[in-house]
Write a protein that binds this ligand. Structure first.
Ligand code: SF4
Ligand code: FES
Length: 327
């Protein structure tokens, strides 16, 4: 099936979603995704950050779709034409989505462990507006201790459901979920019980914000001062392939290896994640590949500006001259 995204055509198998097709082309056209997670079944469809504009439905029925669609949940049709970064209207709509996601999110990046690898931070910087129009009181919650390894800051949660899917699909013992609706929705307090499982630590890796944090790493170091290294050990519960985060000779934390979309390559067990913090526990493979856009490779926001310039050039090449005049 042929689909054209931001003027770039690609052939994809039937059943591919627009988001997957865009990722096949590359970051230049791939929309951001806060709730979709390749390895978690039925993820996606909650956050709306991945919206795109379908300007031509298909060769058989060229009618444009009347409103933006969630690209992670919409399958490609043959001959479909899609706009993402090349549509000023769409970018304006996404700004609105970001504003909604940030309505209740505290501005505590300076003390949040996720800062520097937070998808919401990047989303806000790349697609958001500098101001909020929200004047009401933000939601407040007490922090919840989830056993000795994990802490939940419900105030930072954006209701992406990824942790619920992890508990459902990776552990065999889901005892938490989203309770209530609308702005009363919250991750249920039964989340404490999820610790009974060997794979519960993966909720930290999939959480796109700083809502679920690793208590063994909390407040130890800003991530951009640590050095990520690929390592492995023999483990009978998981693949044992991890990323170690060093400060000097000390391993400050252990996480799953992430791919270019920030998703775990392999889910790892709690033993590897929390109980092996000595360098000698691991066979070191070498430095982790870190995108030069990442703050971990320093000065991320300058690089993001470069990325924006690249997108603008791409848009101009396609004839979208008005884009850089947007407010
Ligand atoms: S705690 Fe994190 S992973 Fe779970 S729903 Fe909230 S933002 Fe998503
Ligand atoms: S990534 Fe598509 S709706 Fe969240």
């Amino acid at each position: 099936m042929k689909v054209t995204i931001d003027g770039i055509e690609i052939d994809v198998p039937k059943g591919t979603t627009i988001l997957q097709a865009a990722r096949m082309i590359g970051p230049k056209v791939a929309p951001p995704a806060m709730c979709y997670y390749t390895k978690l079944k039925t993820s996606g469809g909650y956050c709306r950050t991945c919206i795109v504009k379908v300007t031509k439905g298909s060769t058989a029925n060229p009618t444009p779709m009347p409103k933006p669609v969630a690209s992670c949940r919409t399958e490609v049709m043959d001959g479909m034409e899609v706009q993402n970064f090349t549509s000023p209207d769409l970018l304006e709509a996404r700004k609105g989505v970001v504003e909604f996601l940030l309505i209740n999110h505290p501005l505590d990046c300076p003390v949040c462990d996720q800062a520097g690898e937070c998808h919401l931070q990047d989303l806000g910087y790349n697609n958001g507006s500098v101001k909020t129009r929200y004047e009401f009181k933000r939601r407040e919650f007490d922090m919840i201790d989830i056993g000795k390894y994990i802490k939940l800051h419900m105030t930072r949660c954006i209701m992406c459901f990824r942790c619920v899917k992890v508990a459902d699909q990776i552990t065999n013992n889901r005892v938490h979920g989203v309770m209530h609706r609308g702005d009363a929705a919250e991750i249920s307090t039964y989340i404490e019980n999820v610790i009974e499982n060997d794979f519960s630590g993966n909720v930290i890796d999939v959480c796109p914000v700083g809502a679920l944090t690793d208590k063994t790493f909390r407040f130890k170091q800003r991530v951009w001062f640590t050095k990520p290294v690929e390592a492995h050990r023999k483990c009978d519960k998981c693949s044992g392939k991890v990323r170690l985060w060093f400060k000097g000779e000390d391993v400050l934390r252990v996480t799953a290896r992430k791919d270019q979309w920030g998703e775990a390559e392999d889910f790892i067990c709690n033993d590897c994640r929390f109980e092996h913090k000595r360098k000698s526990d691991w066979v070191i493979e070498g430095p982790s590949p870190i995108s030069h856009h990442s703050v971990i490779s320093q000065n991320q926001y300058e690089h993001l500006n470069e990325k924006e310039v690249e997108i603008l050039k791409h848009q101009k090449a396609l004839g979208f001259m008005n884009y850089d005049k947007r407010p």
